[in-house]
Design a protein around this ligand. Structure first.
Ligand SMILES: *Cc1c(COP(=O)(O)O)cnc(C)c1O
Length: 479
């Protein structure tokens, strides 16, 4: 190392110097001194590398100390943190999809904190099956002969294809060879399951004859897949479930549909209809032998995947070795059972996902006006000169790949504070505030969509803004 580089390196603050800073003690209680040391070691190593790469890199001891503090502060707070979803996307995959109903949270907590009947029959005093807790409910709610819950819908598809079509052929329309968020790609999933994918038709048009011509001795499954966020409009045609079922059954094949989102009730009242998004019951009634769907999309429960349909098929899946690796844990099962019971009682409006989808624009308006008023009152207490606060109509979305074409009429509070920078900068400060408000944006304004706000979320938005504008908590709460 040359002399100049050595000199620069000496300006990097030492471990001891950083450890002696006054704020360290507070974090030491949270993550321990050794963790703090290792974080600082890594940070200093990165800084040295940067200098070796480019000795002219500008830095000062204070910035490094501040970087260290920020890093340590971040590691001291939970990483999986609650956020305010002000995006208007109800089933927001990145924000955790569905929220659980209170009943489901209570059931989950009880199962977590206590021994339970997870795999125990009280009558017999012997081993029971964990699937029994939800199977009868799923049968009741979908009309299926049998049902099986697994870790998620991806697992449901893999288990079903592995058990039914491994080393055999499965036929699928080219219009359904989709990739769903998080790199769930149908061709890869089929190959992983050991089934040979036989593509038929074209991207936009597939006919019954295409399926017919592709059936060989090796064929086991006709697979239909919900195209999720992707939709084909214009010059296109697909084969109906009824036609596919008649073909499959006349040739001794299984018709399987991956529905993606599992809808247990008709949602046409919320403006949601479409051949592509049938209820689970409707898909089974149309002749699908088994269907797979998620528990945490439209259904509004915890993360699970369900396979529902013919009993002889489900029995086969229940005996498959893969099931042991894909099974559902007790907390999830408890939450799922409680969610399904809400449907059973006709109380699906208590399921947050369902309730938020059914919210009408008129119902959202009073809350939007109230939030706008509170924001105005808050801004009056600051030196901010220019601000724009408005209640505006917006288009919300179901999310989770369901009903990609149906938007929901909603309303939002639009906010712009040019003195604090553009809307991107304001959105970032809202995200990074203690309340972690995730907002939408349009026309250089930040949008708080009312549809997905719940409980104390409005107060959290006010708090976040007060924090950004450096107003004391008490002052903010009289806003
Ligand atoms: C969402 C989705 C999946 C994956 O479901 P997960 O529950 O996320 O595993 C699979 N197929 C379709 C069609 C989907 O929409």
């Amino acid at each position: 190392m040359d002399v100049r580089l050595q000199q620069i390196m000496r300006q990097i603050p030492s471990m001891d110097r950083l450890l002696s800073l006054p704020w360290v003690a507070e974090y030491e209680k949270k993550i321990g001194r050794e963790t703090i040391k290792s974080l600082i070691t890594d940070l200093l190593a990165r800084q040295r590398e940067r200098i070796i790469k480019d000795p002219d890199t500008a830095f000062d001891a204070e910035t490094i100390a501040e970087d260290a503090r920020r890093l340590i502060e971040k590691k001291s707070a939970p990483s999986l943190a609650p956020v305010v979803n002000a995006t208007g996307v109800v089933i927001h995959t990145n924000l955790g999809r569905s929220l659980l109903a209170k009943e489901a949270v209570d059931a989950l907590t009880a199962a977590a904190a206590s021994y339970s009947t997870l795999e125990y029959s009280l009558e017999e005093g012997t081993r029971g099956s964990r699937n029994d807790h939800v199977e009868w409910l799923l049968k009741r709610l979908t009309g299926a002969e049998a049902a099986l819950a697994v870790n998620n819908n991806a697992a449901a598809v893999i288990l079903a294809l592995s058990a039914l079509a491994k080393d055999k052929e499965s036929i699928i329309s080219r219009g359904e060879l989709v990739e769903i968020g998080g790199s769930f790609r149908i061709p890869e999933i089929m190959s992983l399951s050991g089934t040979k994918m036989i593509e038929v038709g074209t991207t936009n048009r597939t006919y019954l004859k295409d399926y017919e011509d592709a059936i060989t001795e090796e064929c086991a499954v006709l697979l239909k897949v919900h195209p999720s966020n992707y939709c084909i409009t214009g010059f296109h045609s697909a084969v109906t479930r009824e036609e596919l079922a008649a073909l499959a059954h006349s040739r001794g094949l299984i018709l399987m549909e991956d529905l993606g989102s599992g809808m247990l009730i008709d949602m046409s009242q919320a403006g949601l209809t479409g051949e592509n998004d049938p209820t689970v019951a409707r898909s089974l009634k149309a002749g699908c032998d088994i269907v797979t769907f998620s528990g945490d999309k439209l259904l509004g429960g915890p993360q699970v995947g369900v396979i529902a349909g013919r009993k002889d098929i489900i029995d086969k899946l229940k005996k498959h070795q893969l099931l042991r690796a894909l099974r559902v844990d007790k907390m999830t099962l408890a939450a799922f059972e409680a969610t399904l019971r809400l449907y059973l009682r006709g109380e699906e409006q208590a399921v947050p996902t369902v309730e938020m989808i059914f919210r009408k624009k008129e119902d959202l308006l009073p809350a939007a006006r109230r939030l706008a008023r509170k924001l105005k009152a808050l801004l009056k207490k600051t030196k901010v000169q220019r601000c724009l606060i408005d209640v505006v109509p917006v288009r919300d979305a179901v999310g989770g790949g369901s009903f990609p074409q149906s938007e929901l009429d909603g309303c939002a509070v639009a906010l712009s504070l040019p003195e604090l920078g553009n809307s991107g900068r304001l959105a970032e400060r809202l995200r990074m505030s203690s309340a972690h408000v995730i907002a939408g944006a349009a026309d250089d304004r930040v949008l708080f969509h009312m549809r997905t706000l719940r409980g104390k979320d409005e107060e959290r938005i006010i708090e976040a803004l007060a924090e950004i504008l450096c107003i004391g908590k008490e002052d903010a709460s009289d806003a």
